[in-house]
Design a protein around this ligand. Structure first.
Ligand code: SF4
Length: 57
C-alpha cells in the first residue's frame, strides 16, 4: 500500500488490485481516468470498464 497515495475524492474506486488504487481509501489516485466499454452496444453497468486499470505488482 502506498501511504503517499493522493486520493482523488472525485474518483471513488474499490478495485484494490489496481496500481492506481489508494489502498485503505477507496479512491483512485489519478487526476483523470478513461472509462470505456468492451461491448458494441453497452446496456448495463457490467458493460463498462476503467481503461486506466493497471495490475498491481
Ligand atoms: S485506474 Fe481505474 S481501476 Fe484503477 S484505481 Fe483508478 S479508477 Fe480504480
Amino acid at each position: 500500500m502506498n501511504d503517499n497515495c493522493k486520493a482523488n475524492k472525485s474518483i471513488g474506486c474499490s478495485v484494490s488490485s489496481c496500481e492506481h488504487h489508494c489502498g485503505n481509501q477507496d479512491y483512485c489516485s489519478l487526476e483523470r481516468i478513461q472509462v470505456g466499454t468492451h461491448e458494441s452496444d453497452p446496456t448495463a453497468v457490467e458493460c463498462t470498464d476503467c481503461q486506466s486499470f493497471v495490475m498491481k505488482n
